[in-house]
Design a protein around this ligand. Structure first.
Ligand code: NAD
Ligand code: DAU
Length: 349
């Protein structure tokens, strides 16, 4: 298959690009704007493959997207490009609206034009996979899980921009017949995650001997999924998923934030022992505005219909992640250089 991948220089996109090149026969054309979150350093191991190509493109540039569809003639597009950080969406929502909503609209329109020009099997087999988040469903209390039927109730600028894009994708299927699919996934973690998200922030603050910021009481719950398990699920969906369907993807690894922070601190005590315990650095800070309490995914549909289950438990995945960061501090320095220094985000009114 020839696949256009958007956002392939980001955290999940680069894991997917590496997996496509290393574990399948597909060709991939990565289109990415290289924002603060996109880094070609994450793709060095596959950059020389003759099945991999990169174009430095903003998905809001309709003319260039049109040219790329025309020249590359893809069998599928996997759309991951987005502004992805909730805290940044609180500080400023404009880029989230532009990329997540307008950018998705432009991709849908250009994909529709291209798909309408295809014939027979090529037209029938074409897929537009839109990668979204469980945050579109809102928050859960102590009990229950998000299913594909849970009503949308997004609460942050980020999640409402993703919800808007999901609605556009479904509308392009229902109105024009474009063979779209949507996945809604829980919190990812693993190598190459930009250090603005909880796990790399905690790890790097701890290694620097700085306060580890835990928002509110640390009792909020997230359902953690190892990034390669997510990439495997996305490949299953693009290869075998049914047009018009939605698939929830989750890790069966619900943890309170404080438990995640404790696990990282205790693992560092083993791997990089210091006189003081890393847990002593934990500092409870002002809560995130509108902080969703709990997310948890019912992933039984993708398991039943496509045979996907995650391989990693939180225990194995977090150890591998911590070891990867310890061995790849040059990557951390390269991607944070000049544009971010682990400062607190998401407090602007
Ligand atoms: P990320 O922030 O690490 O990467 C986003 C990538 O998109 C970057 O390479 C960036 O340069 C690129 N990009 C941003 N704006 C662009 C534009 N206008 N044109 C072209 N490229 C642009 O994000 P991630 O964590 O890898 O998330 C990927 C996707 O998965 C997003 O759609 C996100 O909403 C979704 N998602 C993420 C998680 C998670 O836990 N990280 C969970 C569920 C869903
Ligand atoms: O659920 C899927 C979503 O998961 C994705 O759609 C988003 O793109 C991704 O960023 C993630 O969103 P979260 O807001 O859940 O992730 P984050 O890592 O920012 O925060 C995880 C939890 O940890 C959340 O409850 C806030 C808290 N937190 C976060 C940071 C950065 C802290 O306590 N301290 C921190 O420094």
């Amino acid at each position: 298959m020839k696949i256009i991948l958007t956002g392939g220089a980001g955290f999940i996109g680069s894991a997917l690009a590496r997996m496509i090149i290393n574990e399948t026969d597909h060709d991939v054309l990565n289109i990415d704007k290289l924002t603060y979150a996109g880094h070609l350093e994450s793709l060095e191991s596959i950059a020389e493959s003759d099945r991999y190509q990169f174009e430095h493109v903003d998905i809001c540039d309709a003319e260039t997207i049109n040219r790329i569809f025309d020249e590359f003639q893809p069998g599928a597009i996997m759309h991951l490009a987005a502004e992805s950080h909730v805290d940044r969406s609180i500080d400023g929502s404009a880029e989230f609206i532009k990329t997540n909503i307008n950018g998705t609209h432009i991709l849908l329109e250009e994909a529709k034009k291209y798909w309408q020009g295809l014939e027979n099997e090529q037209k029938e087999n074409f897929r537009f996979l839109h990668v979204s988040t469980d945050e579109v469903y809102g928050e859960l209390g102590e009990d229950g899980f998000f299913t594909e039927e849970t009503p949308y109730d997004p609460r942050s600028p980020y999640s409402s921009s993703k919800a808007s894009s999901d609605h556009l994708v479904r509308a392009w299927h229902h109105t024009y017949g474009l063979p779209t699919m949507i996945t809604n996934c829980s919190n990812n973690y693993g190598p190459y995650q930009f250090p603005e998200k909880l796990i790399p922030v905690v790890l790097l603050k701890a290694l620097q001997g700085k306060d580890i910021p835990v928002y509110g009481t640390g009792e909020n719950v997230r359902d953690w999924l190892f990034v390669d398990d997510h990439a495997k699920a996305l490949l299953k969906v693009v290869q075998d998923g049914v047009a018009g369907e939605t698939y929830n993807i989750g890790g069966h690894n619900e943890k309170q934030n404080l438990e995640v922070v404790h696990t990282i601190c205790d693992t560092l005590d083993e791997l990089v022992p210091k006189e003081e315990k890393y847990r002593d650095l934990i500092s409870f800070v002002t809560d995130r505005p509108g902080h969703d309490f709990r997310y948890a995914i019912d992933a039984s549909k993708i398991e039943r219909e496509l045979g996907w289950v995650p391989d990693e438990t939180f225990g194995t995945g977090i150890k591998a992640t911590i070891e990867w960061y310890l061995q790849n501090m040059d990557w951390v320095e390269a991607v944070t250089d000049k544009n971010y220094n682990l400062e607190r985000l998401g407090t602007k009114k």
